[in-house]
Design a protein around this ligand. Structure first.
Ligand SMILES: [Zn+2]
Length: 275
């Protein structure tokens, strides 16, 4: 599933363009093809088709795992969920089997929402907060200090791994970056959030930001989903490395299931202690 670094990489690519594609901001939506109308979360598909026509995309940004497209009127948001990807391609180039929702932009470009597993969602709303409300803080924002994190951790008595995945606690982390952050912080995934010492809070804060920044530097990870370009998967410390040596101490990485999610950690660097 695309997480903060992957979604941010897509947003950046669409926002600034590349040698092979122009930036998306400034383009007008001339039409939309809905092969999987259930992609449209709100409003209903017929109304969405009507209302999106003629809108100009002003910008492309990200909040949590949402792509945010401010329009000349209203805001479109896209959540890629399990397997979604967005690509800008010339109109007329071969359409992929999973390109279920396609925005036809002026100037001969298609913005294609490919989604093999079809869990993705598209929202068209007047106020983006209608969708984003309840999301926790952005972990890379300047205002997200170790102190902020500590206050939030101590407000819960939950195991760290599921808490980091909870988008109302902090926005943008998923299974990859939660496991990588906990390894960097040398904290066991089942440690109780309110048992952390100030030093451990500091380590977790650094671990989260370090893992996310490393992901961003490598344009995210290309894994488990259709995504081009990222190569952070070549730098994972523990994620999906069960039985392979921990890069710090060479102990084999262990995999356990926490809250139905595969969880990878080093039993030596991340010992179980405290509750
Ligand atoms: Zn280790």
């Amino acid at each position: 599933m695309p997480e903060l670094p992957e979604v941010e990489t897509i947003a950046r690519m669409l926002r600034v363009g590349s040698t092979t594609q122009p930036p998306v901001p400034g383009r007008t939506i001339d039409g939309v093809t809905l092969r999987w109308p259930r992609h449209i979360a709100t409003p209903g598909a017929p109304r969405f088709r009507r209302e999106i026509l003629g809108r100009t995309i002003r910008d492309v940004s990200r909040r949590g795992k949402y792509l945010v497209f401010p329009l000349d009127q209203g805001t479109m948001l896209i959540h890629l969920k399990m397997s979604g990807d967005l690509a800008l391609l010339p109109t007329g180039s071969p359409v992929g089997p999973y390109d279920h929702t396609v925005f036809h932009l002026d100037g001969g470009w298609d913005l294609r929402f490919g989604d093999a597993r079809k869990f993705g969602k598209v929202f068209l709303v007047d106020d983006p907060n209608a969708v984003l409300t309840g999301l926790g803080p952005e972990p890379l924002a300047a205002g997200f200090t170790a102190r902020t994190l500590g206050g939030r951790l101590h407000g819960h008595a939950r195991a760290l791994k599921p808490l980091l995945l909870d988008q109302t606690f902090v926005a943008g982390l998923g299974n990859i970056y939660a496991d990588e952050a906990l390894h960097r912080a040398r904290l066991h995934p089942l440690r109780r959030s309110n048992s952390l010492t100030p030093t451990e809070v500091q380590r977790l804060w650094r671990g989260m930001r370090g893992a996310l920044r490393a992901g961003l530097r490598h344009n995210g990870a290309s894994i488990d989903w259709v995504y081009r370009g990222g190569e952070y998967q070549n730098h994972f410390r523990v994620y999906q490395r069960e039985g392979r040596p921990c890069p710090v101490c060479r102990t084999p990485v262990r995999r356990i299931v926490v809250g139905q999610r595969g969880t990878h950690y080093c039993p030596s660097c991340q010992p179980r202690r405290g509750h």
